[in-house]
Design a protein around this ligand. Structure first.
Ligand code: PNS
Length: 164
């Protein structure tokens, strides 16, 4: 029997920390869907279509990975509709665990689906989409923290386009 994992998130934009978690999920599951959802608590910089484009470009080398967008609705309904065996999330810190645990328990309460937590690589412990956007907007160097296709699009979005 083939096992499918869903890696859900807002991916606004995808970071190298996300790519690491998705890559490691591919070693545990036969197939991985990276599902881009709206987080009602976060205003987005990139549109859903842009986030999906950036994910596709950033994950192109990984076998068995698909990118999908979910426009509204519950994550668990989406996970059930694609026949997912589990949700996979990366954890950078104790505060991530505090944020993720209620969602994992709620998702299990709703449908029984389990969440598998992967410890984030310490190299990316300080890397979040929110910090990346803030640092880039104030002119900080985020090279090496986001996949190559993301950098020019991010700098353009925050009004600091790469000089040629
Ligand atoms: O990358 P994020 O922003 O931490 O991801 C959070 C996300 C998008 C996975 C979460 O907000 C979510 O699952 N949203 C979809 C709506 C939903 O199912 N909400 C109930 C969660 S228990």
């Amino acid at each position: 029997m083939s096992h499918l994992a869903v890696c859900p998130g807002s991916y606004d934009p995808v970071t190298n920390g996300h790519v690491d978690v998705v890559r490691r999920a591919t070693t545990l599951f036969d197939e991985v869907i990276v599902a881009v959802l709206a987080n009602p608590g976060k205003a987005g910089l990139f549109s859903l279509a842009e986030r999906m484009d950036l994910l596709q470009a950033s994950l192109a080398e990984l076998p068995g990975v698909r990118v999908d967008g979910v426009e509204g609705g519950l994550l668990v309904d989406y996970a059930r509709s694609v026949g997912a065996s589990a949700l996979v999330k990366g954890l950078r810190s104790g505060s991530d665990f505090g944020y993720e645990l209620p969602m994992a328990l709620m998702n299990r309460h709703l449908t029984g689906i389990e969440t598998v937590f992967l410890p984030g690589d310490p190299a990316f412990e300080h890397v979040s989409s929110s910090l990346i956007k803030e640092v880039a907007a104030y002119g900080g160097d985020v090279r090496g923290l986001v996949p190559a296709p993301v950098l020019p699009r991010l700098l353009e979005k925050v009004g600091r386009p790469l000089s040629s």
